[in-house]
Design a protein. Structure first.
Length: 169
């Protein structure tokens, strides 16, 4: 078979089209993964000390909801953690901090220069909860936007899919 420029050009065009389609599908998959993270569908990760220590007083918020710098700021101020002393021994604090940093959000959250200390202050949270009426947050069964498990029925397993939301009456 002799080299044929016309066949080569067709073959090259087909290869380029296939590669372009493959890259587009990969890009769509990556975008959906980012969308899933926004919807709270990131991977479920766990650490026994994080779950025991953080979960002893409140819901153990998934690390993916804040960037590493926010988790570092939170963990470095445990002696005055939202009005309470949540101090830990150094080894436990270091282990939990490393876990939070490793699994933190890699998305840009805010550009204010200061790390956000509350998940409820992130653009993502505000966007996802913009349609929630003020009366819902005041409901005694909800109490505040920080009480994820009040509405997200699978929050404990790290699943915040809006299909599983049940607003308490």
């Amino acid at each position: 078979m002799l080299f044929n420029v016309k066949n080569f050009t067709r073959m090259f065009a087909v290869v380029v089209l296939v590669m372009g389609a493959t890259m587009s599908v990969a890009h769509i998959s990556d975008a959906r993964a980012d969308d899933d993270e926004d919807e709270g569908q990131g991977p479920t990760v766990s650490n026994a000390k994080w779950l025991a220590e953080c979960g002893a007083c409140h819901f153990a918020y998934p690390p993916r909801f804040l960037p590493a710098e926010s988790w570092r700021a939170i963990m470095s101020g445990l002696d005055k953690h939202f009005g309470s002393n949540a101090g830990l021994d150094a080894a436990t604090a270091n282990e939990i901090t490393a876990f939070l940093e490793k699994n933190a959000s890699t998305k840009m959250h805010e550009v204010s220069g200061k790390p956000l200390l509350r998940i409820t202050e992130t653009r993502s949270f505000k966007s996802e909860h913009s349609e929630v009426a003020a009366r819902v947050w005041k409901n005694p069964k909800v109490k505040s936007p920080a009480n994820c498990g009040a509405c997200h029925t699978k929050a404990e397993s790290g699943d915040f899919n809006e299909d599983d939301v049940k607003i308490p009456k």
